[in-house]
Design a protein around this ligand. Structure first.
Ligand SMILES: [Zn+2]
Length: 139
């Protein structure tokens, strides 16, 4: 089986590589690890979680005039994911459920209705985006 066809529980690996046409073996392994984090909380949430952005190639980031240093470029770390789910209450619930996973940084964008999560070592875990800046959430 090609890694692209990997499916586990509620998620498919192919959902994570829309912006990364040629994922490396290590990227596929990071995607599997992220799927393992998401499955239990998807079950508790009780409704679909959409993967808006998973792995993004360095070339894609440069094309989009970004730095290439994003955690979405999976070789920069253990990977990152942008998540959406229907309804602001459910998005807030998902934000809190992510605390039970191994993600080390979780940021909610209430204005754009999505959550970014990654594994970058950080002193704090919860953030919220305010006018494009991340602000620490005291919890
Ligand atoms: Zn993101």
């Amino acid at each position: 089986m090609h890694p692209r066809d990997y499916k586990c529980g509620f998620f498919k690996a192919s959902e994570f590589v829309i912006f990364d046409p040629r994922p490396s073996a290590s990227t596929w392994a990071k995607i599997v690890f992220i799927i393992d984090q998401l499955n239990p909380i998807r079950k508790i949430l009780g409704q679909p979680i959409k993967i808006d952005s998973g792995s993004r190639s360095y070339e894609w980031e440069i094309f989009k005039k970004r730095s290439g240093l994003s955690q979405h470029v999976y070789k920069n770390g253990k990977g990152a994911v942008d998540l959406t789910t229907e309804g602001i209450e459910k998005l807030e619930e998902l934000y809190k459920l992510l605390l039970s996973t191994k993600f080390t940084r979780i940021c909610i964008y209430r204005d754009k209705l999505f959550i970014h999560a990654d594994f970058k070592p950080s002193q704090h875990r919860l953030y919220e985006s305010k006018e494009g800046e991340w602000e620490r959430v005291f919890s």
